[in-house]
Design a protein around this ligand. Structure first.
Ligand code: ZN
Length: 320
């Protein structure tokens, strides 16, 4: 077996799911395997082993390296300092533990940074030398790609754009400040915006058909209404698009990218989301004709980007 016949394994450890994917040496990749994730580091390690075995059972190739994307502050020694949805990862030596389990080279990276690497190397921004990926999930994560390189910052914590304050004394954020961008423009915020706009109108058509109630509203439910072109849901999407655009316009002024790639589960809404963001974005960036054309694009790899990017980073980092 030569190095042509091997795979790099990529994982994305999220608050609810662990996703794994095999990246082959020709840069093609297998199907994403997903298992649920509990907030327990021993169970997470067991899940990684199980998913790895499932993938190897399909691919039947040697695993040469492992890359793992995880939300939060990852220091340069592969210790997860904090992770927003996994309290079990407080100061947890993830790299050491995974290497102990698999005995092959392992790389740990912030999940948004991993996703960005997939999109700039193989996906929606592969022609760009300067790009930003913004992941609208439970919070907002971002990866910064500047002059053809990832910018990680002095401590490895760069790209925490979700905690830019955009509303002074605004909504309380778990980070301890108020008015952070992710309290208004994360995927999770979309459901809240729809509920608020619905409650301001008595005869709303935004009623949950599942049980006839108006609460609790989930982003997934509102998303179904958007795809059915429900007018109130589309209005809520326009309001959400305003908040997304507000932060993007700030980022464009700082970074002047060629592409901004929007990722996260909510981007499954596709063009209606992109159009709502663009509507506000164009009002907020009068100088945009001087900048790159068609700057806003949707991620190509959807929820698989974090695992694919982590696998690619590991493959490149550990190749001779
Ligand atoms: Zn915050």
């Amino acid at each position: 077996m030569n190095s042509e016949d091997s795979i790099s394994l990529g994982f994305d450890i999220g608050g609810t799911n662990i996703r794994g994917v095999a990246l082959r040496t020709d840069l093609s990749f297998g199907e994403t395997i997903s298992e649920s994730c509990e907030d327990d580091h021993e169970k997470i390690i067991q899940t990684l082993v199980r998913v790895a075995n499932r993938i190897q059972g399909k691919e039947r190739l040697e695993i040469k390296s492992i890359g793992i994307g995880v939300a939060g502050f990852i220091d340069k020694s592969g210790v997860v300092r904090t992770s927003p949805n996994l309290s079990t990862f407080a100061d947890y030596p993830l790299l050491e533990q995974v290497r102990h389990e698999f005995d092959i080279p392992v790389l740990i990276e912030n999940d948004a940074t991993s996703a960005t690497w997939a999109e700039v190397q193989l996906g929606a921004a592969r022609e760009a030398k300067n790009a930003i990926m913004v992941c609208l999930g439970t919070g907002i994560g971002a990866g910064l790609y500047i002059n053809s390189d990832l910018a990680r910052g002095a401590s490895g914590f760069a790209g925490e754009v979700g905690h830019m304050v955009i509303v002074p004394d605004g909504l309380q954020c778990p980070c301890g400040r108020s008015g952070c961008w992710e309290r208004y423009a994360s995927g999770a915020s979309f459901g809240n915006i729809a509920v608020a706009s619905m409650q301001s109108r008595e005869s709303s058509s935004l009623v949950n058909e599942d049980d006839g109630s108006r609460e609790p509203f989930q982003s997934e439910w509102i998303s179904r209404l958007v795809l059915a072109r429900n007018q109130e849901a589309l209005n809520a999407l326009d309001e959400f698009g305003y908040w997304v655009a507000l932060g993007l316009a700030n980022l464009v002024n700082i970074f002047d990218p060629e592409k901004i790639v929007l990722g996260g589960g909510i981007t499954e809404l596709g063009d209606p989301l992109l159009e709502s963001v663009k509507k506000s974005y164009e009002r907020m960036t009068p100088e945009r004709s001087l900048r790159s054309k068609d700057m806003l694009v949707l991620a190509q790899f959807g929820n698989g980007a974090g695992a694919i990017g982590a696998a690619l980073l590991a493959m490149q980092n550990f190749s001779e």
